[in-house]
Each structure stands twice: as C-alpha cells, then as structure tokens.
Design a protein around this ligand. Structure first.
Ligand SMILES: *Cc1c(COP(=O)(O)O)cnc(C)c1O
Length: 357
C-alpha cells in the first residue's frame, strides 16, 4: 500500500488519473467548445459543450476537492467564485453577515449586488464576539480567516456550531491559509472558497477561483450558476493551475520558514511596529513610520518586488494603504515571502529598512 495520508503527499498526486502506459501524468488541456455528442441527450448534459464542464476542469476540481474535503466547482477568478457562492444562494429578505475588514471584493458584492436586491448585509470586523452579536436573524455568514490584510484568525469549529444554531450557514474564504493548513469543511463550514490566483497555484501567472461544498443541492446550484451566467474558466488556466498545485507543499514549507525568520528579525527593530504573521502561509504584515518611509522601503528592496497579491514564488510587497480600500496605517506593508533562500529574503528586507531610515 502506498501512503497518501499526509496532505503534503496527496497534493502531489491529487486529481491525476490512474497510470496508463504511454499516457502522461497530467493530461494536457482539452481545447473544445462542443464535444461529439450523438443522439438525444438528457438535459442538462454534462459533457457535450464546454460551458457545462470539461475534462480539464474536472481533473483540477477533483484535486482541490480532495484537498478541501468536498466537491469543488471551478470559476474564472476568486471573485467569480465568491460571487457565485453568495449570489447563487441568497434571496431577497435574506441577511448576510460579512467582514468589514477583509478582502474588499466581498463588500463590493454586498453594496453593488446584494443590497439592491433586498439582501441585508451586516458588515462586522473579523472578531468572534462581533460575528456572534450579528447572528440573530442571519441567513448566511461569510468570514475570512486569516483575514486579509489584518491577518486576524477565527476559531472556525465553535463558530460553525454557533452559526448553525442560529439557523444560518457558514461560508469561509480560505485563501490565506489554504487547504494544506486549514480545511473549513472538516471544521463544520458549509462552503470553502479559494482564490487560486494566490498561494494555491503560486506562480503569479493565472487567475482562477474555487468553491467547495459537501451538500449536493448547493453543489448543483453552483454548477447551474456557472453554466447560466457563462463566466467560465479557460482550459489552459485550469491545466496550468493543476500542474502548479503539486508543489504547494514544498512552496509553503519554504515560505513559512522564511516568514518565521523574517518575523523574528523584524520584531527586533525599533523602526518596525505591529508585526503580524498568523503562523501559516507566506504573508507577513508590519508598519513603518509613515507613507514616505514605506515607499522608500519598497524602493530600496532588490529582491522583494513591489506588487499586489501574495503567495507567489517571487517575494513581493506593497504599501497596502495605496488602494484606499482597507482601514490600515499609511505605513502598513503587506509582504509575501517567496521561495528564494531564506537568508537572502531576510537580508534584502533588512537592508531596505536600513536605507529607508
Ligand atoms: C485575491 C483574493 C480574492 C479574489 O480573488 P481573485 O482571484 O483575485 O478574483 C478573494 N479573497 C481573498 C482573501 C483574496 O486574497
């Protein structure tokens, strides 16, 4: 028997077909619009037209589903996944509790699409007491843990129990921790969503998102939403994501080693305050004196590239307040460590801090 208990082993093999002589480990992308389909198919047919499903999506969906512990539906971005999870489920009169301090896209969906159709949105900080206080009458609760960019962590299992006791469902944006570190469905959540554009695939070369569920009714609603709205992922992106998934374990291990070393180095400095790292994943946040110091720091980095997003193999950082979307200090830096040698990343950050003054 081969051992596949450890998620770090599973991630290497997830979603791959059984070995066949002469066949590749990961079959290439299937590029098709219609497939051959004779006779009178029963609608909705699964394989007949590539807006419904493709073998390439299904292989990647099987892989993510295996890691997250449910059935996965692939979307063309994290935002498409998030929107599908909310818009396919909520109806006029429903009440959504959502974070006021997490990824700004969820707030945009609330303001622009849910409130206009009569869904009440209660925006609360990523804080268990605040979420519990907002539960009476709620239909659904959306949380992000660790939150982005604050990196606040929620204890999901007791929260899921309280959300269910209040008659609501729990939806979790699991992008920051990812399925090797946290599996929300195992902790009682009803929905786990990932932006696959980040750590999951990790090469800064594609945009995709996933929603994973256990309930077959919810699964059917998500697939129907994708087919009807018609915003679908490309086969090449799905294939590339699957190829990149295999290295998630080794990438994460290196990134967490570097994050740990960087946090230790930053905590020793007087010019750096509010150092945050949730013990998992590549994102480290810290605050410099003001916007000018933060800009100078980013300008002096040689290895750490200035870019938004996180979870890529290349170290990157940004001054988060430049977007104006998050309530963060002007000098707040969100830094994502890559897979470069730990000592080089730490040295680059420390040298840039010294030069920034
Ligand atoms: C990036 C991100 C999203 C949106 O994902 P896209 O793939 O960019 O559409 C959602 N949630 C979190 C936590 C993210 O970091």
């Amino acid at each position: 028997m081969c051992r596949v208990d450890d998620p770090e082993t599973r991630v290497v093999h997830a979603g791959l077909p059984a070995p066949v002589d002469g066949a590749p480990f990961l079959p290439g992308p299937v590029l098709a619009a219609p497939f051959h389909l004779r006779g009178d198919p029963e609608l909705p047919t699964r394989e007949g037209y590539a807006r419904f499903t493709t073998p390439t999506w299904e292989a990647f969906e099987a892989a993510v589903g295996e890691l997250e512990g449910g059935s996965t539906v692939l979307f063309p971005s994290g935002m498409a996944a998030l929107s599908a999870a909310l818009l396919s489920a909520l109806r006029p009169g429903d009440v959504l509790v959502a974070p006021s301090d997490a990824y700004p896209g969820v707030r945009a969906v609330c303001h622009d699409h849910l409130e206009p159709i009569g869904v009440e949105c209660r925006l609360v900080p990523t804080d268990e007491a605040a979420i519990r206080a907002a539960l009476p009458g709620a239909t659904a609760v959306w949380v992000e843990s660790p939150s982005n960019p604050g990196l606040d962590v929620l204890d999901l299992a007791p929260l899921a129990a309280d959300v269910h006791a209040a008659g609501a469902v729990l939806l979790v944006d699991n992008t920051l921790a990812g399925p090797l570190r946290v599996r929300p469905l195992e902790l009682g959540a009803d929905v786990s969503m990932l932006s696959a554009s980040k750590q999951l695939t990790g090469h800064s070369d594609l945009v995709l998102g996933t929603v994973t569920v256990r309930d077959p009714v919810r699964l059917a609603a998500l697939r129907a939403w994708r087919t009807t709205v018609g915003a679908i992922p490309g086969a090449v992106e799905a294939w590339l994501a699957h190829r990149s998934l295999a290295t998630l374990g080794v990438r994460t291990a290196r990134q967490e080693d570097t994050a740990r070393a960087l946090v230790a180095a930053l905590r020793g400095r007087e010019d750096v305050t509010d150092v945050r790292w949730p013990q998992v994943g590549p994102v480290v946040c810290f605050t410099l004196r003001d916007a000018a110091t933060a800009r100078a720091f980013l300008g002096h980095c040689r290895l750490v590239a200035e870019a938004t997003s996180f979870g890529g193999v290349h170290s990157s950082a940004e001054r988060r307040a430049r977007w104006g979307t998050d309530a963060v200090a002007e000098g707040w830096i969100r830094l994502s460590v890559g897979v470069e040698a730990t000592a080089d990343v730490v040295a680059d950050v420390l040298a840039a801090l010294d030069l920034a003054g």
